[in-house]
Structures are given as structure tokens and as C-alpha cells.
Design a protein around this ligand. Structure first.
Ligand SMILES: Nc1ncnc2c1ncn2[C@@H]1O[C@H](COP(=O)(O)OP(=O)(O)OP(=O)(O)O)[C@@H](O)[C@H]1O
Length: 237
């Protein structure tokens, strides 16, 4: 599946360029943070990689082949919970993988322990708080051991302790061998979690750099201004 190469990828519904010629290459390991101002096309990029949106033109090369049917999973900013128990929400994610019901439940129970939701296994998933929902959504993805996990602002509406819990889980998923591509507006989070940064604006990738270098010496003026606009806010708290 890797290296994953995007060449001149465009998404232009009704002629408006949402992705305006994205070039990007991703190796098989680590956590890549996708940063950029509102409307830059970050979510659209993730949805395109997930197969939810079809590019208007350009090519996406998954390590020499097409997008694998299983192995790419996306967790949305506001994940939908099935009207079922917490355990069932996780176990059902394994159904397309052809795993028997009993084993689905066993694997789901193990993952729920890892995200700190074992005690809630029998509760209705729809009763969970925002932070618990995000942890459940991550468990649903993790249980399938995806090769690539796409996370769209997973901590956008969470308090600091729920955010820290999600960050810990994301690190563990990565340690288990999953490649992660994640959007965030939290620059502190980017420095805590990221190996590298993809900076987007106006539908294009302007910069792709190791996280320290991006924050210390952004190569574009636009990235520098973006960082300056955000960092004082982060440092005041
Ligand atoms: N399926 C779609 N069809 C047409 N336009 C879309 C579609 N999805 C998103 N857009 C538009 O594409 C632009 C980029 O949206 P996107 O959600 O990718 O931005 P973003 O960088 O994730 O921004 P934010 O940081 O605010 O979440 C927006 O103007 C949005 O309205």
C-alpha cells in the first residue's frame, strides 16, 4: 500500500477547485498531521483517500496498485454510533473481515480495554459522552488493524483530559503498525503527535516537512504566517 503517491489530484465539483493539484508522497510509517486554514481542503483530502470522494483528475498510487478494499479506515469528527451496545459497535466493524461472531466479540472486548471503555461494553453507545464516543470510534477502527487510518479532527470538541486520552490511543495505534494521517487545528497536538506535517492551503499541499523543521523553519511565507497566527493562542494557555 506504501509509498502512497498522489500526483496532481484535483477535486472540482461544479468547476470549483477544492483540491487544486495535490502532490504528496507518504511512506509506510508514522503519524502525519495535515494542517492548514479552514477550507483548505484537508477533510476533502482524507475523504478522497478513504474512497468517499472521487477525484476529478490526477492519480493515486497505492504502492503500485489501486486502493485496497479493506485496510483504509476513516474516523470522522462527529462519529455516528449504531443503535447498539458499545461492544456491538466495535464487533460489527469486524463483520466485513469475515470473522466469526464469537471471535468478533472477543477482539472487541480486548480493544475496549485498551481504550478504557471495558466497563461500558454493555451500555448503549448512544449514551456515551463526546470523549467516550471518540474513544469508541477509535476502538472501532483499531479492532480492524487498518494499514492506514484517517482521523479528521478527532479532538476538536474535547476537553484537555479527553484530548490527552485520544492522543494516547492514537500513539498506541501507531505503535501497533498503523499508518496515521490526521487533521487538527491544535498546533500543540501536532508537535506532540506528529512525525511530519503536511501544510495545505487553497486545495494544495504547500509544504511537507518533519514536524520540528516545519515549526522552526517553515519554508513558505504562508506557513510562517499560519504558525504565527496560531502559536500565541496556544502559548497563552
Ligand atoms: N463533497 C463536496 N462537494 C463540494 N464541495 C465540498 C465537498 N466537501 C467539502 N467541500 C468544500 O470544500 C472546501 C474545503 O472543505 P474541507 O472540509 O476539506 O476544508 P478543511 O480544510 O477540512 O477545513 P476545516 O479546517 O474548516 O475543517 C469547503 O469550501 C467545502 O465547502
Amino acid at each position: 500500500m506504501f509509498p502512497l503517491r498522489l500526483r496532481d489530484v484535483r477535486f472540482q465539483p461544479n468547476g470549483r477547485a477544492i483540491l487544486d493539484g495535490v502532490d504528496l508522497e507518504l511512506g509506510g510509517e508514522g503519524i502525519t498531521l495535515v494542517l492548514g486554514p479552514n477550507g483548505a481542503g484537508k477533510t476533502v483530502l482524507l475523504r478522497t483517500l478513504c474512497g468517499l470522494l472521487e477525484p476529478s483528475s490526477g492519480s493515486i498510487d497505492w504502492g503500485g496498485g489501486g486502493r485496497p478494499e479493506l485496510g483504509v479506515t476513516m474516523v470522522f469528527q462527529h462519529p455516528m454510533m449504531l443503535r447498539a451496545s458499545v461492544l456491538e459497535n466495535v464487533a460489527l466493524a469486524l463483520k466485513p473481515h469475515g470473522i466469526a461472531r464469537r471471535e468478533r466479540h472477543q477482539r472487541a472486548a480486548k480493544v475496549l480495554e485498551r481504550v478504557g471503555l471495558a466497563a461500558r461494553a454493555g451500555d448503549s453507545a448512544r449514551q456515551l459522552s463526546g470523549g467516550e464516543r471518540q474513544r469508541l470510534a477509535l476502538a472501532r477502527a483499531w479492532v480492524t488493524a487498518p494499514r492506514l487510518l484517517l482521523l479528521d479532527e478527532p479532538t476538536a470538541s474535547l476537553d484537555p483530559s479527553a484530548t490527552a486520552a485520544v492522543e494516547r490511543i492514537v500513539r498506541e495505534i501507531r505503535t501497533d503498525g498503523t499508518r496515521i494521517l490526521m487533521t487538527t487545528h491544535n498546533l500543540g497536538q501536532a508537535t506532540r503527535l506528529g512525525d511530519d506535517v503536511v501544510f495545505m492551503s487553497a486545495g494544495r499541499v504547500r509544504e511537507h516537512a518533519p514536524v520540528q523543521r516545519f515549526f522552526a523553519r517553515p519554508s513558505s511565507e504562508e506557513a510562517r504566517l499560519f504558525i504565527q497566527g496560531e502559536l500565541p493562542w496556544r502559548m497563552n494557555f
